[in-house]
Design a protein around this ligand. Structure first.
Ligand SMILES: Nc1ccn([C@H]2C[C@H](O)[C@@H](COP(=O)(O)OP(=O)(O)OP(=O)(O)O)O2)c(=O)n1
Length: 915
């Protein structure tokens, strides 16, 4: 799968902006009262989402507005708490009876732990602040400014340190909260740090000791990792990880971890623990921005912000309607986006290696040509988790997972779980609440995309040091063809590589060594975590015999079920079925794959250069539009994102594909707030003659495609833009530079091409005969010409060229500023056609009007050089004004016109301004 296919499906659970969040009177966050994001915009003032207000259909959904969503949510939370309380082993004395707490921000013990205390001792716990239900605000530490806001907000409610609850439990009676009041300006962290020892969790069973096969060897000792089941000195919670940065924590606080990690580059990395966490937290939450409550910070569903306007504040989910930078923020915080675009980063950072390896690639088309290959597969262990906790030794043997939130109430997903967590059944893709149900003491840590990039770069630098044939599979996984690398035993090399990885990155990797890529990967799987496995040729049969077929790549759930229904569970059993039988049952391709893979046959070669086939971006969460302007703003940003990605890959594309998700008729709004819900997907492509990465062109073309769908923007729930038929941007530009005169005249139309040649010779001869019309010039080409040539051409066109180019560059030009707009008949109105004045046809999804002379006549007048006699108009705008025109000879057949218009799409819009 190419990287941008992945980015076509960004992870909804990752969307976050720490800045724009929802608020509600009954769900606000006191400590952030002062910090209101300006990006909430006007809509927030209106008291409910614009979409709900303007779109009556939405009122039929289960959450007509955010207020009802919150009311429902609070009700559910209360019910849930009461159910939990009735089933918990509550202490009969109920020392917290009558107390109902709201936990503000991070605390030690965590809010989840405090909730459990309240459950156990007869108290109440409120997830969303309400003056009516809360008796005490529990707060760990706040800077002065936030403290003041909290005081103003709480209007007399006690703001108390968690120690009040802890000490009350220890004393087995409700102590006075007064001495525990949180006072302004007092840094409470040290006290909390000590308190946390009180909550040291019981030791958690060590990660399973993966049974190594006879051939498996070489567990790399990660320096500083604890191998026994020791009781941790401290437990780091998600809240603490956030807090450590929020409050500008210094390295001393992490001393207890660092002192036990003896890294070579200790001096350099002394602050790394803090740095890693800082990156992590700052990546997810900007402490200068509204504080996000750690129990509700999941960006995909709801983020909360406090508003100084108190009761007047409205709730606004984070969506295209509220955040002008929605697209940018969406991709910044999407883990799948990170995974998707990572390959481009790799290409750029390691281009030297890739170029060097290119030539060798050409000779290795298939492993079948070669005698004996040695393939090493290397994959880092539970990558996202390992990187985040690499400086927290105490977490190494505890169940830990990465997610955007540790809230049990949201729909945050687990992105990666470490091996101790997997022992409890925690898996990537699970909701946090389900993961915590499997493993209640699971520690959730936030993402740290910057650190992932850094470690991935280190990982690949090491691989390229040992081998020049590296096929990057993802940010933490690669194949190495070591056949010609060295005479050393590949097992020894793999061990050296893993040791170096662990030393440099402080994360472990596992390796598989075998004759081909399939077996090497299977070997890695059996070696994980932190091990390596070699499968010599003579042991392949044994290795595969009992291997479950599901372990083979390409065997998903349904294929596995089909095989199971035929009593086939292991590769050994599958080997007994003939190829013909498998082909008949599962089709030729799948049949062949099953037959080969269960025998360990794989003829693929390690490919160092992998071609990018398409580049694109897609957003399917938070997409809501009230009107065309909303949509167009969004589309511009999506085009910008795609344009930047194209530039990042140094490619341009000729085929533009727009994919739109449209709410299915009658579909309810999705349960996942602002998700796309039940949708129909529409997709259409347009191929242009000249490859582009240009924002204006992308915007124009994607808009044209969108119009062809005839969809009400209010029904749009997701949009994706992709470019394929990619060409190297460098070559493109080089071509222009080398052959400027010819290039700028280059045109897809044969006729214009001829004219271009004429111009070229005219220019050379100093006469201006046979010039193409100004509107046929491709500004994208002209602008690369040397200034003196541009000036010469400008003279030829009587000074109009500069004007023409300026207008082209003016991104904000609109139909309103166009002098030559014309009104068009209503869609489907054939009056012009029936009166014999026009033929209406569908051109690439646009309504094109081929006008006869009587209509086109007035349009033709003016400066247009040449005797043109037809105008084709692409009608887009709601004002029914022409937005794009094609001017050319009248063809006899409409099809020719269509072809021509299609052909000139790239410069379609320009014509309207200058004929
Ligand atoms: N659906 C997925 C798959 C992967 N990832 C991220 C998190 C992973 O840490 C990283 C690498 O993916 P792997 O499949 O290699 O999984 P891990 O490295 O987490 O575990 P393993 O040790 O099994 O390789 O990509 C993700 O966020 N969501």
């Amino acid at each position: 799968m190419l990287q941008f296919h992945a980015s076509f499906f960004p992870d909804l659970a990752q969307v976050r902006t720490a800045r724009v969040t929802m608020s509600s009177l009954e769900g606000r966050h006191p400590s952030s009262a002062a910090t209101i994001s300006s990006s909430l915009g006007d809509s927030r003032k209106r008291g409910r989402p614009d979409s709900a207000r303007r779109n009556p259909r939405k009122r039929n959904s289960s959450f007509a507005d955010f207020g009802s969503y919150m009311a429902e949510k609070n009700r559910k939370l209360r019910d849930q708490f009461e159910t939990d309380a009735s089933t918990s082993s509550a202490d009969g004395r109920g020392i917290f009876r009558g107390i109902s707490i709201f936990v503000d921000g991070f605390t030690i013990p965590s809010s989840q732990e405090l909730k459990e205390f309240m459950l156990k001792h007869g108290g109440g716990f409120v997830n969303y602040f309400s003056r009516h239900t809360v008796t005490h605000i529990i707060c760990g530490n706040l800077p002065d400014s936030k403290m003041k806001n909290l005081r103003a907000f709480s209007r007399g409610l006690p703001v108390v340190r968690p120690a009040w609850l802890v000490d009350s439990i220890a004393a087995n009676k409700l102590l006075s909260w007064f001495p525990y009041q949180l006072s302004d300006g007092v840094n409470e962290r040290c006290k909390q740090q000590k308190l946390s020892t009180f909550f040291t969790q019981k030791s958690i069973s060590n990660s399973k000791n993966v049974e190594t096969s006879a051939d498996q060897q070489g567990t790399v000792g990660l320096e500083g990792s604890s191998s026994n089941d020791e009781v941790p000195k401290n437990i780091i919670s998600y809240a603490q990880l956030q807090a450590s940065t929020d409050e500008g924590q210094d390295s001393e606080e992490f001393g207890c971890y660092e002192s036990e990690i003896d890294f070579d580059a200790k001096s350099v990395e002394a602050n790394d623990a803090v740095y890693a966490i800082s990156c992590s937290v700052l990546g997810a939450f900007d402490s200068s921005k509204p504080h996000i409550h750690n129990t509700s910070c999941c960006g995909n569903t709801k983020e909360e912000i406090l508003d100084t306007k108190g009761a007047k504040a409205s709730n606004m989910p984070h969506s295209t309607l509220t955040d002008p930078k929605f697209v940018e923020n969406y991709f910044k915080n999407s883990r799948l986006h990170f995974i998707g675009i990572w390959r481009n980063r790799y290409r750029q950072h390691f281009s030297d290696f890739l170029c060097g390896a290119k030539s060798s690639n050409a000779n290795i088309d298939s492993l079948s040509d070669r005698k004996k290959t040695i393939i090493v597969h290397i994959d880092m262990d539970c990558f996202f988790v390992s990187v985040v906790i690499r400086n927290f030794r105490d977490l190494f043997n505890k169940p830990v997972a990465v997610s955007h939130s540790d809230s049990l109430n949201g729909t945050a997903e687990i992105s990666s779980a470490n091996y101790p967590a997997r022992d409890y059944g925690v898996k990537a893709g699970m909701f946090v609440r389900d993961a915590k149900a499997c493993c209640p003491h699971l520690v959730i840590v936030p993402y740290n995309f910057e650190a992932y990039e850094e470690v991935a770069d280190q990982f690949y630098s090491i691989l390229h040091k040992y081998c020049n044939k590296v096929q990057a599979i993802s940010c933490d996984e690669a194949f190495l063809d070591m056949t010609e690398c060295s005479r050393d035993d590949p097992r020894k090399l793999a061990l050296m590589i893993r040791e170096e990885i662990s030393k440099k990155t402080r994360c472990t990797a596992s390796a598989g060594i075998a004759d081909n890529m399939l077996l090497a990967r299977l070997a890695t799987r059996s070696a994980k975590p932190n091990g390596q496995c070699f499968i010599p040729s003579e042991k392949v049969r044994d290795f595969l015999n009992d291997l479950p077929v599901k372990a083979l790549p390409g065997i998903g759930h349904s294929l596995d079920e089909k095989l199971k229904s035929r009593q086939i569970q292991s590769c050994g059993q599958l080997q007994k079925i003939s190829k013909e039988e498998l082909q008949n049952e599962f089709g030729k391709m799948t049949g062949d794959m099953l037959w080969s893979y269960c025998r360990g046959i794989d003829n693929r070669a390690v490919k160092t250069v992998q071609e990018t086939k398409s580049v694109g971006a897609e957003v399917n969460w938070g997409v809501r539009f009230n009107d065309n302007t909303d949509f167009e703003n969004f589309l511009v940003n999506l085009c910008k994102e795609v344009s930047l990605r194209l530039q990042g890959c140094r490619v341009q594309g000729r085929t533009v594909t727009l994919k739109v998700k449209k709410r299915r008729k009658g579909a309810e709004e999705p349960a996942k707030f602002l998700g796309c819900g039940d949708c129909e997907t529409m997709s259409r492509s347009m191929t242009i003659p000249v490859a582009t990465d240009d924002l204006i062109s992308l915007r124009r073309i994607s808009k044209q495609i969108f119009v062809s769908f005839h969809i009400d923007v209010k029904e749009v729930r997701g949009v994706g833009l992709k470019l394929s038929r990619l060409e190297s941007a460098d070559l493109h530009r080089k071509g222009f530079e080398e052959n400027a005169i010819k290039s700028w005249l280059a045109s897809p139309s044969e006729k214009v091409m001829k004219q271009s040649n004429k111009i070229a010779s005219s220019l050379k001869k100093g006469n201006n005969e046979g010039l193409p019309p100004l509107c046929s010039l491709d500004v994208e080409v002209v602008k690369y010409l040397p200034p003196e040539i541009i000036s010469e051409i400008n003279d030829i066109y009587m000074g109009e060229l500069h004007h023409f180019m300026e207008a082209h560059e003016d991104e904000n030009r609109s139909i309103k500023s166009c002098k030559r707009t014309i009104s068009l008949p209503e869609q489907g109105d054939n009056s012009l056609a029936s009166s014999g004045q026009a033929a209406i046809s569908d051109v690439g999804g646009h309504t094109a009007y081929e006008l006869n002379d009587s209509v086109a006549g007035p349009l033709k007048k003016g400066k247009l050089p040449g005797g043109y006699s037809a105008v084709a108009i692409s009608s887009i705008s709601t004002q029914r004004k022409a937005q794009a025109l094609y001017i050319g000879d009248v063809p006899n057949k409409c099809n020719e016109l269509n072809a021509k218009i299609q052909c000139r799409y790239l410069s379609f819009e320009r014509y309207v301004i200058f004929f």
